[in-house]
Write a protein that binds this ligand. Structure first.
Ligand code: SF4
Length: 170
């Protein structure tokens, strides 16, 4: 997928950050004392920060490439055809009965996961618009990546992808 050296380096950075996160979790699970807890807490924190920064940089490169490609591609235009985009527009849904209110999703992706006034987690009303353009194309790979990260780390295992909640005709 990545051909340029700079992109390969960014991808490698993401893999290193993933290893940091994995080691931090393993280290914490097998820790001997509170010192280990502090160490692996730092490692986890830095792993997430590093990953986020590398993903943002990678997405900027992808965006640049996409813009370049769009100038030479004939993008199908669906406006006015009445075609439903629901099958393109997956968005996260939360099974609130399983949510343990750990707030991880809000920490990882505050643009999409919101804590409401009652203290429960909900998906932002405009989540689909934040994730896709009117043609159903993802517009923010970083945001998608953050949602996937939230799904992966959800303590209640209660975030899933729903393809039908946001049906949109154009
Ligand atoms: S990560 Fe999962 S369990 Fe934790 S607050 Fe979000 S939805 Fe609830």
């Amino acid at each position: 997928m990545f051909t340029k050296e700079c992109d390969k380096n960014i991808q490698r950075t993401i893999e290193i950050a993933d290893s940091m996160i994995e080691l931090a979790r393993k280290g914490n699970d097998e820790r001997e004392d509170s010192g280990c807890g502090v160490l692996y807490g730092m490692l986890l924190d830095d792993g997430f920060k590093l990953r986020k920064m590398a993903v943002m940089e990678r997405d900027k490169h992808i965006e640049k490439e996409n813009k370049r490609a769009m100038t030479t591609m004939n993008v199908p235009h669906l406006e006015g055809t009445g075609v439903s985009l629901s099958h393109f527009m997956k968005q996260p849904v939360i099974d609130i009965s399983q949510c343990v209110l750990c707030d991880i999703c809000v920490d990882v992706c505050p643009e999409i996961f919101i804590k409401n006034d009652s203290g429960y987690i909900e998906v932002a009303e405009d989540a689909a618009e934040r994730l896709y353009d009117t043609h159903g194309n993802p517009i923010n790979p970083r945001l998608l990546e953050d949602v996937l990260e939230a799904v992966k780390n959800c303590r209640g295992d209660c975030i899933s992808w729903d393809e039908t909640t946001k049906t949109k005709s154009v």
